[in-house]
Structures are given as C-alpha cells and as structure tokens.
Design a protein. Sequence first.
Length: 198
Amino acid sequence: MAKGSRYRMPLKRRREGRTNYYKRRRMIISGKPRLVVRVLSRGIVAQVVEARPRGDVTLASAVSRELAKYGWKAGGKNLPAAYLVGMLAALRARRRGVEEAILDIGLHAPTRGARVFAAAKGAVDAGLHVPLGESVVPGEERIRGEHIAAYASTLAEEDEEAYKRRFSGYLASGFDPRGFPGHFEEVKERILSEYSEG
C-alpha cells in the first residue's frame, strides 16, 4: 500500500470497486437526469435519477418483478424483460415531466446487445430522449424474444426432458416459451395502454 505524507486514501466506494467517480462526475456536470440501469441477481432495475447537492433523487423507477402486474410470465432477467423495464421507467419519468436523460450503466461492461442497452432502447421507444448508438442496441428479434422461442422449439424437438428441465420455471407458471414473441407484444401493449390513458 502506498505511504507518505501526500498519499490520500481513495473514497470507500472506489476502494470497493462500486463507483467510478470520474464517470459519475462527468455525468453530473452534464446537468441532465441519468437513466440508471442495473442487472442484479434477481432481476433488472431501471431508474431515472437526478443529482442534487444533498444527494441523488429518484424521479421514476421500475423493477422486473413489477412486470407480473401486466401479465408477464417469463423470467425477470432476460433481454425482453430488460426492454420492458426500461420502457416502464421511461413512461413514469415522462409523466413527471422528464424529457431526456443520459445512460448510466455503472461498472457494467458496455457489450453490444447487452441487457442494459435493451433497457435503454425501451426508454427511447417510450419517448425519453437518451443518446444511444444503434450499433450497441440488440436487434428487434432479440428484444421480442425470438431467440428464446427458437431455442425452446429446437430443444423440445431434440430432447423433451432437457426442454422441461431448462424451462421448468416458465412451464410451472403456465407459459410456453415457444410463444415468447406473442407474449412479449401482449405485455408491451398492456403497459403502453395503461400509460396512454393517463
């Protein structure tokens, strides 16, 4: 460990590897709210956060477990769920008068087609202006869950037991993963119709 009279101990969250203060400072200086997206062990969280002198204030948020209210039967950590969570958070932020935000993915590696970018795409489609390059956004077929449906169909044909094991959670909730795109569209329409009424 470094020593000396000029050595300064890094801040606690920096030492723990939880905050990159260089990036955070640049985002705060922009003066715009942040669309904070985090992929957790049990689901996905999207929040629209504003930095204020006394600390961050959450203006709107959504978590993947809330999707069940709209009839979502699939998992809460997949790419289509991330898109819907981002859309839900953005619709709530728009109701509070927020028109634009910048994406904050924290320490998540910026990988093309990642769930954090799916959530950002959902926010953009909901009308929130978020600077986002099209090259990092997952394709429309992946957002709709077509890759999951194709995999489920292939697995069901090749190995019925493996199919039942792999998709046991979906099947237990009465959801056939082979119909993923249709289910995604239904839930998306329910979310949009709820927020178009207000």
